[in-house]
Design a binder for this molecule. Structure first.
Ligand code: FRU
Length: 501
């Protein structure tokens, strides 16, 4: 390789590193969430490479430092010891090779012999002789030490040519790598001859030479088109497949239009490598959730993080120097065939100012209550609502005279709705989404996490989750409860301060 060429390649990464460092210094921390990951500058989408490396949890992400909209993808990078306090690290990958010049798309990571192996999708776009443009998505490897990564000389290590006939050469992406005994495996999203999603399984002894094993699962045009960002792991003696399909159509309250993130619980034959799955379910019923990835922790928990934003609703304020936020990392477990999600237990150690109200009564005549001291934009609050005599019960958050974002429980319909219509939006975005909920023993429990602009609701101990983004001005920090009948409820609210341990 010529010296100038080598320099240009290094320069792209260097350029990104210098740029993000300068911009990071100028960025206003007041305008960022305090315990949710945001990019140092520019655009962020999917979590990538969520992995344990040398005792710390690394998280990479789809990243375009130079603007707050999607552009040629880099990999941004940060790490944590406890999933709550994150340390920014320099940009890890830039689209600087022939085979990935159009972007280093999503991927994953694994630790091997003290090295951190990244597997990502390399995107190449070029003009053919007849003037048409050709896009190719392949898989590539980069190996590093937790800060600096070197792309493998053998890249790209997998091309779509090995997939079953008719599979797309363009839509082949988001490898999820893991290791079992002496073998690496990877599941990769692909589009089959029928135009809908399929998941290809590959194996390798060295993470460089890969063999196509089989198609592990396929949409058969049932769940959207392309299946993006697969994850595949064991949980409570069962096997879970997560995929994020594009172009889905709404079905009841389970799926919404557009990009969804869904999961299947099933059985996986370690010898046969066959996956037999149950029903599809939504992972998160909020307005903003996509492309989650999981990691297994040192103590054996399965923790998931997702992109708390949607491809279809761009809410980023014009004045912001960053766009994109991750969810709080969530511990996963299974209850039957359903995923249960709870914020990582490490969050509890950052609780401050506890406020408790037991048995608050709302009667028809006054309708609304704002309990003294219950307000704020960074908190962890649990509301236990008793099944009583009302039609609708509403919790208004991030509220002032003009703004509010509401959680509305409709007792008759048994639905919980997030409504951000009055959250201060100036674009006509999708504002409401509802899900069915089921009170337990006459009680509905809502754990509500807010971190300035993020709202995450965990119902009945995490049986359902609902995540939504709002950009309401930070001065709007009121919280109030109202209903159209009589209700009895309790509130337990903590502030959160990851700045002081
Ligand atoms: C999902 C996705 C991935 C792709 C990446 C590109 O959000 O479309 O399939 O790798 O984003 O940024």
């Amino acid at each position: 390789m010529s010296e100038t060429r080598q320099k240009a390649e290094n320069d792209k990464l260097m350029q990104a590193r210098i740029y993000e460092q300068e911009k990071w210094k100028q960025s206003n921390p007041e305008m960022r969430p305090v315990f949710h990951v945001t990019p140092p500058v520019g655009w962020m989408n999917d979590p990538n490479g969520f992995s344990l490396y040398q005792g710390e949890y690394h998280l990479f992400f789809q990243y375009h430092p130079y603007s707050t909209v999607w552009g040629p993808m880099h990999w941004g990078h940060c790490k944590t010891k406890d999933f709550i306090r994150w340390e920014q690290l320099p940009c890890a990958l830039a689209p600087d090779r022939d085979y990935d010049g159009q972007g280093c798309f999503s991927g994953s990571a694994v630790e091997q012999d003290g090295k951190h192996i990244l597997m990502y999708t390399s995107v190449q776009e070029r003009e053919l002789e007849d003037g048409t443009r050709q896009i190719r998505q392949t898989q590539s490897i980069a190996v590093g030490d937790g800060v600096n990564y070197v792309k493998a000389a053998q890249n790209p290590v997998i091309g779509a040519g090995v997939l079953p006939e008719g599979s797309s050469l363009e839509d082949f992406r988001d490898p999820r790598i893991w290791k079992e005994k002496d073998t690496f495996y990877a599941v990769i999203g692909s589009r089959s001859a029928d135009g809908s999603g399929q998941i290809a399984l590959f194996s390798s002894v060295d993470a460089l030479q890969w063999q196509f094993e089989r198609i592990l699962d396929r949409s058969d045009n049932r769940y959207g088109s392309m299946w993006e960002c697969p994850d595949f792991f064991r949980l409570d003696q069962k096997q879970v497949l997560i995929v994020s399909p594009q172009l889905m159509q709404a079905e009841g309250l389970e799926f919404h239009n557009g990009n969804n993130s869904i999961y299947f619980v099933g059985k996986y034959g370690e010898e046969s490598r066959e996956f037999l799955r149950g029903k599809a379910h939504t992972i998160d019923y909020g307005l903003d959730f996509y492309a989650p990835q999981t990691v297994e922790t040192k103590d054996g928990r399965r923790v998931m993080i997702g992109w708390l934003q949607s491809w279809d609703n761009y809410l980023t304020p014009e004045t912001a120097d960053w766009s994109g936020v991750m969810t709080v990392p969530r511990e996963l477990s299974l209850k039957g065939e359903r995923l249960v999600q709870t914020p990582v237990r490490e969050l509890d150690q950052y609780h401050t100012q506890e406020i408790v109200y037991q048995n608050i009564r709302l009667e028809k005549k006054d309708g609304t209550v704002a309990p003294e001291g219950v307000r704020g934009r960074v908190f962890d609050m649990t509301v236990e609502l008793e099944d009583y005599d009302f039609g609708r019960f509403e919790i208004a958050l991030a509220a002032d005279e003009r703004n509010r974002t509401s959680l509305i429980y409709d007792r008759e319909m048994k639905t919980l709705t997030t409504d951000r219509t009055y959250s201060g939006l100036v674009h006509d975005c999708l504002c409401t989404r509802s899900m069915y909920v089921q009170p337990h023993g006459g009680k509905l429990s809502l754990r509500i996490l807010m971190d300035k602009f993020t709202l995450e609701v965990f119902v009945n101990g995490g049986e359902q989750a609902m995540s939504t983004l709002i950009y309401t001005r930070l001065q709007a920090d009121g919280i109030c409860f109202s209903c159209d009948g009589s209700a009895v409820f309790s509130v337990k609210k903590f502030g959160l301060d990851p700045g002081c341990e």
